[in-house]
Design a protein around this ligand. Structure first.
Ligand code: PNS
Length: 161
C-alpha cells in the first residue's frame, strides 16, 4: 500500500509513543500527514508552532512524513488534503471507547473516510502527553518518554526552582 493518510492528534507534546507510531505508519502510508489539532478543548502546554517545530525535528529522518496543522473538524481537514484514511494509535482498552466513538462519528460525517488503528509500541503503551506534562511540571524525569529535544523544551517550560 502506498497512499496518503492523515495522523491527527494534539501532540502536546509529541512522545516516544507518537514517534514509534509515525515511523510504523509511514512505512505503510506515503505520504503520511501528521496533523496537529489546534482547537482541542485541552489546555495547551505548547503553542501550535512549538508542537509543529518539535514534530518536524523528531520526524526529520522518516521518509514521506509531512507535518501540518488544522482547526475545526478533522473530517473537513481530511477532505481538503484529499486523504481517505485517518490513522490513530490504540494504547489499551481505556483508549477504545473514545476512539471507537470518534471513528464512527467521523465515518458518519464523512462516509468516505476510514480510520485505521495501529497498536502502540510495546515499550510505549503507557506513555501519554498528559502524563508527560504532569511529570515535567512537577520536576520529574521524562527521559525515555519523549525525544531528547522535547525533554529539553519541557525542562525550559517547567524550570526547576
Ligand atoms: O491526541 P488527541 O488529543 O487524542 O487527538 C484528538 C483529536 C485532535 C484527533 C480529535 O479531538 C479531533 O479530531 N479534533 C478535531 C475536532 C473534531 O473533528 N471533532 C470531532 C471528532 S468525532
Amino acid at each position: 500500500m502506498n497512499r496518503l493518510a492523515v495522523y491527527p492528534g494534539s501532540f502536546d507534546p509529541v512522545t516516544n509513543g507518537h514517534v514509534n507510531l509515525i515511523r510504523r505508519a509511514a512505512s505503510i502510508f506515503n505520504p503520511l500527514v501528521v496533523a496537529v489539532a489546534t482547537n482541542v478543548k485541552k489546555l495547551d502546554c505548547f503553542t501550535r508552532e512549538d508542537r509543529i517545530e518539535m514534530l518536524r525535528a523528531v520526524t526529520a529522518d522518516i521518509p514521506g512524513v509531512r507535518i501540518d496543522a488544522f482547526e475545526g473538524l478533522l473530517v473537513d481537514y481530511v477532505a481538503r488534503t484529499g486523504a481517505r484514511i485517518v490513522v490513530r494509535g490504540l494504547r489499551a482498552m481505556s483508549d477504545f471507547e473514545f476512539e471507537f466513538q470518534m471513528a464512527h462519528m467521523n465515518h458518519k460525517l464523512a462516509p468516505g473516510v476510514e480510520t485505521v488503528f495501529l497498536v502502540t509500541g510495546a515499550d510505549e503503551f503507557f506513555i501519554s502527553s498528559s502524563v508527560v506534562r504532569e511529570i515535567a511540571s512537577m520536576g520529574g524525569n521524562v527521559a525515555g518518554l519523549v525525544p531528547d529535544i522535547v525533554r529539553e523544551r519541557l525542562e525550559a517550560r517547567f524550570p526547576k526552582t
